[in-house]
Design a protein around this ligand. Structure first.
Ligand SMILES: [Zn+2]
Length: 271
């Protein structure tokens, strides 16, 4: 599943090819995504110039001279740059064709993603309005987590994965950050000290930043006619390592379900 680092890597991979260019054609082969692609998207976008590609949480914001296309990659979505004449593969649902013979192609086998248009500032869109701070922004730190956690019995892992608390911390990075901070994922969010939250906040930013840096090595994959960009392999310490020895103490990593999500932790290192 594309998480924040993949979305940021996608942004960096596609932006240089399309920023500043006008849309000359929109081809929708399958409109049934998580929410339908607007029927008039072609009419809306054709002739508009893309001014910027931004990211908010796991959403990509394609800003045009007026209005913004909000894109989410869902469970299995990807975007790549190709020639507009290159034959689409199965699940290549939408093409945005730009001047200069450049196509931004949206691929999504499970169709949980979305492409939605808004003429308003996208920050006010219902999908984005309630999002918490960006984990890599200065506005986000352990004090923010500690303040919001007061009196809450939610497991800390579910708490940091709540996008109203902090935007875009997915399952992999929640597992990894809690391991690095030595905090048990099931600990009630309201029962963690400010000092431990400060440490956790730093680890959340650090694991995401390190992963984005790794993604930098794959940027050229976004210009790839034949396949989806190769999302990078992350160096993970606990995620998906059930039964394998903890990299710090050697104790076997355990797995449990928390809020329906696979949760990995070391019973000795995390309290
Ligand atoms: Zn351990």
């Amino acid at each position: 599943m594309p998480e924040l680092p993949e979305v940021e890597t996608t942004r960096r991979g596609i932006a240089p090819h399309i920023a500043g260019r006008r849309i000359v054609d929109v081809r929708v082969r399958e409109a049934r995504l998580r929410w339908p692609v607007p029927a008039d998207l072609g009419e809306t976008l054709t002739g508009r110039r893309l001014t910027d590609v931004r990211r908010r949480g796991k959403y990509l914001l394609l800003d045009f001279d007026e209005g913004t296309l909000i894109a989410h990659l869902g469970m299995s979505g990807s975007l790549r740059i190709c020639k507009p004449g290159f034959p689409p593969r199965k699940h290549d649902h939408v093409d945005l064709v730009f001047e200069g013979d450049i196509c931004l192609r949206y691929h999504d086998p499970r169709r949980f993603g979305c492409l939605l248009w808004t003429a308003e500032p996208p920050e006010r869109h219902p999908l984005l309005a309630a999002l918490g701070p960006e984990p890599l922004d200065k506005a986000f730190d352990g004090a923010h987590l500690h303040r919001l956690a007061a009196g809450r019995n939610t497991a800390v892992k579910s708490f940091i994965m709540d996008s109203r608390v902090v935007a875009g911390v997915g399952n992999i990075y929640a597992n990894e950050a809690l391991f690095r901070a030595g905090i048990h994922p099931a600990r009630p969010a309201g029962k963690i000290s400010l000092a431990r939250y400060r440490n956790l906040g730093e680890h959340i930013a650090e694991v995401l930043a390190a992963s984005i840096e790794q993604g930098g090595t794959t940027l050229r994959d976004f210009v790839n006619e034949s396949g989806a960009p190769g999302y990078f392999k992350q160096v993970l310490r606990v995620y998906d390592r059930a039964g394998q020895p903890c990299r710090v103490c050697g104790e076997p990593i355990r797995c449990m379900r928390l809020g329906q999500r696979a949760t990995y932790y070391c019973p000795r290192c995390q309290r």
